[in-house]
Design a protein around this ligand. Structure first.
Ligand SMILES: [Zn+2]
Length: 269
C-alpha cells in the first residue's frame, strides 16, 4: 500500500524522543519499527527545514534560507509530486505549510480550512498560534484520515517547539511533552497501520537549553526518524545516522513515486 503519514513534530530533539516516547520505543524494541538518528540540515530553523524535508534539497538550493521568506516552493516537492500523480493529499499543520505549498501570503480566514482538489494540499487544516494544543492537532489529523483517506498526510504538531522555546530543552515540560505526544499518537498509529499507512515520525530541528534553535550544535540538529510499515517488521534501533535530505526520497519511495532528478539522496528503506 502506497499510503504515507508523516508526523513532523516541530522541535522534536533526538534524545527527547528516544527517552520520552514509550510506545514508539516499544515498536522499536520489538522490531515493529526502525529508528534512525537524523543529522538535520542547516540553518536549523522551521521554514527552511519544512522545505528541506519536502524537497530533499539543502536550504541554499531550495532558497528558503530564513523563516522570513514568505513564498511558495519553487522546487519539486512531495505535495506537488503526489498531487500531480493523482494522489490525495492532506495536512494538519502550521500555516507556513499553506504558504509553502498552497498560497502565499496566508489568509487566516480563507485559507484556514480548505477542501479543494486543485490545490497541492487538497485537504488542509492550518493553525497560526504556536501554543495550538497538540491534542487538537492530532485529532484533526485523525479526522482527515477517516474522512478523506489521503495518500499523503502531513501531521505537524507545535508542542515540542513551543515548550522548548518557552522553558528550554532541559526542562521537565519539554521532556514530558514528548511523552504526551507519544501517548496521543499511540492509538492513532495502531488505527493508521490497520488502514495500511506507512508512518514516519521525525522532527524539523531540535531545541537547546537556551530556548532556541537555528545554530549548528547537536541539540538543534539531531532529530529522530521512526519508521513503521504496515504488515512489515522493522529493524529496531539501527544505530544509523542518516541525512535529513533522505526524508523526501523515502516519502516518494513509500508513495510509489519516482524521485525527481535534483533529489539525489537515497531513501532510507
Ligand atoms: Zn520548527
Amino acid at each position: 500500500m502506497n499510503k504515507v503519514i508523516l508526523v513532523l513534530s516541530d522541535g522534536l530533539r533526538y534524545d527527547a524522543a528516544v527517552d520520552g516516547m514509550g510506545f514508539l520505543g516499544h515498536l522499536v524494541e520489538t522490531k515493529q519499527a526502525s529508528l534512525y538518528q537524523v543529522q538535520g540540515e542547516l540553518p536549523s530553523f522551521s521554514r527552511p527545514m519544512y522545505e528541506t524535508v519536502h524537497t530533499g534539497l539543502p536550504s541554499s538550493e531550495h532558497g528558503i534560507v530564513a523563516n522570513s521568506i514568505v513564498r511558495r516552493s519553487t522546487r519539486p516537492n512531495i505535495f506537488d509530486l503526489a498531487f500531480r500523480a493523482g494522489k490525495t493529499t492532506a495536512a494538519a499543520a502550521y500555516f507556513w505549510f499553506s504558504e509553502l505549498y498552497n498560497r502565499a501570503p496566508y489568509d487566516p480566514i480563507d485559507d484556514r480550512e480548505v477542501d479543494d482538489e486543485s490545490l497541492p494540499i487538497q485537504h488542509g487544516r492550518f493553525y497560526t498560534r504556536d501554543e495550538y494544543p497538540d491534542q487538537e492537532l492530532f485529532n484533526i489529523a485523525a479526522m482527515l484520515v477517516r474522512r478523506f483517506n489521503p495518500d499523503y498526510l502531513l501531521v505537524h504538531p507545535m508542542g515540542m517547539d513551543y515548550t522548548g522555546q518557552s522553558f528550554g530543552a532541559d526542562s521537565s515540560k519539554y521532556r514530558n511533552q514528548a511523552t504526551r505526544q507519544d501517548t496521543l499518537l499511540a492509538p492513532m498509529i495502531v488505527e493508521w497501520l490497520e488502514k495500511g499507512y506507512n508512518i514516519l515520525v521525525t522532527g524539523d530541528h531540535g531545541v537547546n537549553a537556551d530556548h532556541s534553535h537555528g545554530g549548528t550544535t547537536w541539540e538543534v540538529r539531531q532529530v529522530p526518524l521512526f519508521l513503521v510499515r504496515p504488515g512489515l517488521s522493522g529493524s529496531g534501533n539501527t544505530g544509523q545516522v542518516v541525512s535529513q535530505l533522505q526524508i523526501a526520497p523515502t516519502l516518494l519511495l513509500l508513495l510509489g513515486l519516482p524521485a525527481p532528478e535534483r533529489m539525489k539522496r537515497l531513501p532510507v528503506v
